[in-house]
Design a protein around this ligand. Structure first.
Ligand SMILES: Nc1ncnc2c1ncn2[C@@H]1O[C@H](COP(=O)(O)OP(=O)(O)OP(=O)(O)O)[C@@H](O)[C@H]1O
Ligand SMILES: O=C(O)c1ccc[n+]([C@@H]2O[C@H](COP(=O)([O-])O)[C@@H](O)[C@H]2O)c1
Length: 208
């Protein structure tokens, strides 16, 4: 994607600009962090809130670590960046996580704020299979980011509803991180150091 193909989103409304990075984060890795940092810079966001899923209903055939472990790894990974925060709303709501609920709740908690939902190319490609899409696209501007191995295209969101953005390519996935820990391979430098230590301390993924 060339620089000229990169839209910068809707016209600036003058409101606070909040990025929303939703994910299962099992575990959070540098691909997530670089995507959030890059979108924050390109879209002049005031803050990015990371929102670990409660129950990721489209991953029901995958073993997912306890929400508290995923939440704490996300806190550890983002703690040093003053622009990053973590929200428990999807975990505390309970039940399957629908992004329409996430964005509705974040709007209620953040009046006079424009929301920018950040999503990788793979997740963006699946977005029309999400629940309650008739309301979803009115709640935030969507920012699709490049991810190695996945074509980045607008899957057919309403006009002006999505921007496609190139971010530094990191071929890292949580699936691969889990498989590496399970096989006794290192995940140093794929995930933040504190997350490596947390995985070790809690003995995550070893028996997968
Ligand atoms: N390396 C990456 N580059 C860009 N975006 C990414 C990257 N990894 C994940 N994302 C995006 O971050 C969001 C949360 O992803 P998620 O927590 O499911 O991680 P994952 O690595 O895709 O996990 P898994 O391998 O378990 O499916 C999604 O929108 C996903 O597309
Ligand atoms: O709203 C939905 O139905 C929906 C379905 C699948 C995924 N999502 C959201 O997409 C984000 C990435 O999800 P995942 O499963 O790839 O980690 C996360 O915020 C999920 O809550 C949302």
């Amino acid at each position: 994607m060339g620089q000229q193909d990169m839209p910068t989103g809707p016209a600036d409304s003058g409101k606070r600009r909040l990025g929303v990075m939703g994910g299962t984060f099992d575990p959070i890795h540098h691909g997530h962090l670089v995507a959030a940092s890059e979108v924050a810079a390109q879209f002049h966001l005031d803050e990015v809130v990371f929102v670990p899923t409660g129950q990721p209903w489209q991953k029901s055939d995958t073993r997912v670590s306890p929400a508290e472990d995923r939440y704490l790894m996300t806190v550890i990974a983002t703690a040093e960046n003053p622009q990053f925060s973590v929200s428990r709303i999807d975990i505390d709501r309970g039940g399957p996580t629908y992004t329409t609920d996430t964005l509705r709740d974040l709007r209620a908690l953040n009046p006079d704020t424009d929301l920018f939902f950040i999503t990788g190319a793979d997740a963006l490609g699946q977005i029309l299979t999400w629940r309650y899409t008739e309301e979803l696209f009115s709640l935030a501007h969507f920012v699709g980011v490049t991810r190695p191995g996945h074509p980045l295209t607008d899957p057919g969101l309403p006009e002006g509803g999505v921007s496609l953005v190139e971010v530094p390519a990191l071929a890292i996935s949580s699936t691969d991180c889990r498989a590496r820990v399970s096989a006794g391979a290192p995940v140093w430098y794929l995930v933040p150091d504190g997350v490596v230590r947390y995985i070790d301390k809690r003995d995550l993924y070893r028996g997968d």
